[in-house]
Ligand binder design. Sequence first.
Ligand code: FAD
Length: 467
Amino acid sequence: MKYDVTVIGSGPGGYVAAIRCAQLGLKTAIIEKYSVLGGTCLNVGCIPSKALLDSSEHYHNAAHTFKEHGIDLENLQVNLEQMINRKSGVIKSNNDGIAYLMKKNKIDVYNGLGSFVNKNTIKITGQDGAEQQIETDKTIIATGSKPVNLPFLPIDKNRIITSTEALTLKEVPKHMIVIGGGVIGLELGSVYARLGAKVSVVEYTDALIPTMDRALGKELQRVLKKTLGFQFFFGHKVTGAQVEGDVVKVTAETPKGETITMEGDYCLVSVGRKPYTEGLGLENAGVQLAERGMIAVDDHLQTNVPGIYAIGDVVRGAMLAHKAEEEGVLVAEQIVGQKPHINYNLIPGVVYTWPEVAGVGLNEEQLKEQGRAYKSGSFPFKASGRAKASMDTDGFVKVLADAQTDEILGVHMIGPRAADMIAEAVVAMEFRASAEDIARMSHAHPTYTEAMKEACLAATENRALHI
Ligand code: FAD
């Protein structure tokens, strides 16, 4: 077979790239080494983690806030097996959805490991070892990433686990030691803390989610401790972990240089992810890597080999599904001669804890580093009527705007439904709105989004109305 475009990898980058290529009239193939489509995001990432976050949040609310709402429940119990089964059902329905989209767009799907024979020939090796080759004019590499393994933390997938195993546990841990205070560790730690586990987070730096605005991590730390009893060990360098029966012993060096040992029944290692290119045969096509195993690409996401592109987690930038999707669309449109553009400054970052955390644009630390004159306006959810009604009064919205022009430079929020609310900030910033613009727009009452309007009012002459 001969294709205009072959996409290797069916995650959000790959399958979206394939759809856009097909929409633009290109004969398209997609290769996926697993038997199901959707990649990390759908099978062991975004979607299953959100399914478990939703289920565990329902349980936690039923156990802790329903009474105050006037709902009395008796014999409340966690059925973890059902929770995990529901999550699997959500994945399956999305797997089917993507398979349907491939069919609808007449994209040929090949299941097997894709590897370059040369620049224009790709071999597909099925799980049964059967091989076939296809010819392609252009190729989009979208092979994603996998968890970073630390040599002194041997993952046994039983007691010392990655996010993948944490999505299919058979019991609620008694004490889960989470290594890494980033997004994945805090989300999955929240799932099990809500279901009753004690959760201890060991973090090498001095803050949670350190790449986001510092104020967000601080507030998240306070709330997770208050509502879920999280324990945090900052500035601790993990030096090893050992399994003894059902016990995991984690050793760490404290900021004072002392060695401590923590005992739990599960240790979740969530210290980041690295680009995945194993078995791709990049050398056969002459594709070069950049630092830390990433595929090197130019501003158009083209590799050093003309006609071979790479997108998503396997290239530089935030490892996020929506970033991968935008890149998939961009490459497809470029292939047919269009001139698309991605504003990487406006890719929002989200943490699906409760309260949710979200940010877009420059944070306060970056603005200070750049020496840029800015104004800041904040509004706390404790002053929001909507948040009081739902008892979600933790958190705030912070708007940063240029001191002279009032253009919004960054929005950082922690609070109810922040993951959805950040979209307003993205739209505002894409259209280069000033804080005054947003402050003068009507926001439905009562909604959480009023906090965004109020923060904009606060950023412009400190004139928030409800605080
Ligand atoms: P992937 O989704 O990793 O897909 C790559 C695919 O390529 C895989 O299916 C792989 O099997 C296949 N492949 C690899 N090599 C070959 C080969 N040689 N031949 C054929 N197929 C191959 N991001 C968010 O934006 N929001 C979230 O809420 C979120 N939550 C997450 C939660 C967890 C627990 C994890 C682990 C990640 C989460 N992420 C989230 C990150 C998100 O999953 C990734 O950024 C996203 O999946 C990257 O998409 P991708 O298309 O680049 O690669």
